[in-house]
Every structure is written in C-alpha cells, then in structure tokens.
Write a protein that binds this ligand. Structure first.
Ligand code: COA
Length: 255
C-alpha cells in the first residue's frame, strides 16, 4: 500500500471514530432527556422537604403536574395568572404571546410544579386575585387554591441537556416572601438530580424585577446563546434575554 493511501485510510478511520463518538454522545443525551421526562416520575418524590413551604406568613405545599394532564379549570387558572402578571410586560405583543403560551401550556413535554395554599388557610380564605377575576372557587379537587406555578421542560440546547424554565408565576399576594427563590432552588436540585448541565430560562428585558431576581439574587448570567451575546444588533431587536446557570465545565463553556 502506498504512503498516500495509508494516510487516507488513517484519516477515514479517524473520521469514522469521530462520527461514532458524536452519535454515541447524542444517544446518551437523548437517553438522559428521556429518563428525566419519563411519565412515571414525580420529581418532588426525591425532595420531600421541599413539598411544604411555611415561611414569612405563607403556608403552601407543592404538587407536580404535566401539560397533557391539565383540567380545564386549571388551564383557565394558568392563563389568568399569566395575564395578571405578564400582559403589561408584553404590551402590544401580548395577544400573540398569549397564543404561544397557550400552546406551550398543554405540551406533553411540559412539566409543572403547582403551589397550593395549605387547606387550613381556607377557613377564612380571602379570594385570591385570580379567583376574583375568574369568579369561581379555585379549590380544584378540594385542595387549597393554586397561588403559583413553575412550568419547565427537559430539553437540549447546543447539545447540552438542560432544564428550561418556561414560566415561574406567583400570584401578587405571595410574591416577595421567598417562595420564588425556594422554587428555583428546587428546580436546580431537580436539574442536577436528572443530570442536566444547566438551568436555562428566558426573561423579558422589561421585567427588571425578574432580571434582578435571577441575576443578582440567584446568580444567573446572560447565556452565550442569548441574542444579545450572539450579535449586539440582533440583541437590540429582541425584547428578551436568555439566562442560565451551568453546573459542569462543558455547559459553562458552551452556554
Ligand atoms: C419574579 C418572581 C418569580 C420572584 O419570586 P418572589 O417569591 O417574589 O421572590 P423572593 O421573595 O423569593 O425573592 C428572592 C430575592 O429577590 C428579591 N426580590 C424578589 N422580588 C423582588 C421585587 N419585586 N423587588 C425587589 N426585590 C425583589 C428579594 O428581595 C429576595 O432577595 P433576598 O434573598 O436578598 O431577600 C415573582 O415575583 C413573580 O412571580 N413575579 C411575576 C411573574 C414574573 O415576572 N415571573 C418571572 C418571569 S421569567
């Protein structure tokens, strides 16, 4: 065999190996996402102490849910809370955004953590803002009313398995009492436990309080996949930033 041919064979083998490595890595990531998203999983089971939050005058408990298992009143409740919290933030774009959020809400991949007010709180229960607006008692299935939720998915960004927080929404009367921070701590534990490389989320630039909450209080930073980091000009056109907290070196380098 000639030297040239030997070199060519060698580099073909290398390419083949590389391709095999890439395919194996992709397969491993798909398996991680599949395992994390398994329908039998209740992510709260691994974090029992997080099922209840009794601080700062709040007494709430958490429950898991899925996008394809939401009852009609619950869907309505989510939509109302989103409207109360986000309509002003989106301004004229709200109508379009609301449609997107409605689709995301019921996606089979969507996972939820619902925050219920503890039932004994209901004795002299004063209607929450969303309830008032909906004028129906939100004691869905006789549980305490829902006063907030996190919606998230296990997904892939730049070949890194990530937990993507689609929504974190608390009713105004339970905000500022440490609950948001508590929920994000839980989300990070769920992400790590399920071998995600990072938690990723999108925040409206106009939502300065949320930006401060994530960046100054919880240590999130603007991701290199955020439009403003990819190209400052594109960044100017977009009204959101993508934030992330990466756990391992690969995710830190890429996201
Ligand atoms: C943003 C949100 C999730 C934060 O949750 P929260 O329970 O209100 O926040 P916490 O009480 O856990 O606050 C955590 C820290 O952030 C600070 N913080 C939170 N909200 C704040 C606010 N409105 N103004 C000033 N500081 C605030 C707190 O002072 C606290 O700091 P500390 O740890 O030093 O005491 C919640 O306010 C919310 O649902 N807002 C409306 C919807 C929204 O904007 N969601 C985010 C979309 S991406």
């Amino acid at each position: 065999m000639e030297a040239k041919e030997l070199v060519a064979n060698g580099s073909n083998r290398e390419k083949k190996m590389k391709r095999k490595e890439i395919l194996e890595k992709k397969k491993a990531i798909d398996e991680i996402i599949k395992a994390a998203s398994s329908s039998h999983r209740d992510h709260l089971d691994s974090f029992q102490p997080f099922r209840h939050y009794n601080r700062n005058g709040l007494s709430v408990y958490l429950e898991s849910g899925r996008g394809d298992k939401l009852s009609s009143p619950l869907k309505q409740h989510i939509q109302n809370l989103l409207k109360v919290n986000m309509e002003e933030m989106y301004g004229s774009e709200w109508r379009k955004e609301e449609k997107v959020k409605r689709r995301e809400m019921v996606a089979p991949e969507a996972r939820y953590i619902f925050v219920h007010e503890a039932p004994n709180e209901n004795a002299n229960h004063i209607s929450t803002m969303v309830e008032k607006e909906m004028s129906f008692s939100n004691s869905i299935d006789n549980r305490g009313p829902i006063v907030g939720f996190v919606q998230f998915r296990f997904t892939i960004e730049e070949e890194i398995p990530v937990l993507y927080v689609y929504e974190l929404q608390l009713e105004p009367h339970v905000q500022g009492k440490g609950l948001g921070k508590f929920l994000m701590q839980l989300i990070e534990l769920i992400a790590r436990k399920n071998r995600m490389g990072a938690v990723v989320l999108t925040v409206q630039k106009a939502n300065l309080l949320a930006l401060t909450f994530y960046m100054s209080k919880l240590g999130y930073s603007i991701s290199s996949i955020s439009p403003s980091r990819i190209d400052p000009l594109i960044g100017l056109e977009k009204n959101y930033e993508i934030l992330c907290k990466a756990f391992d070196n690969e995710a830190k380098a890429i996201l």
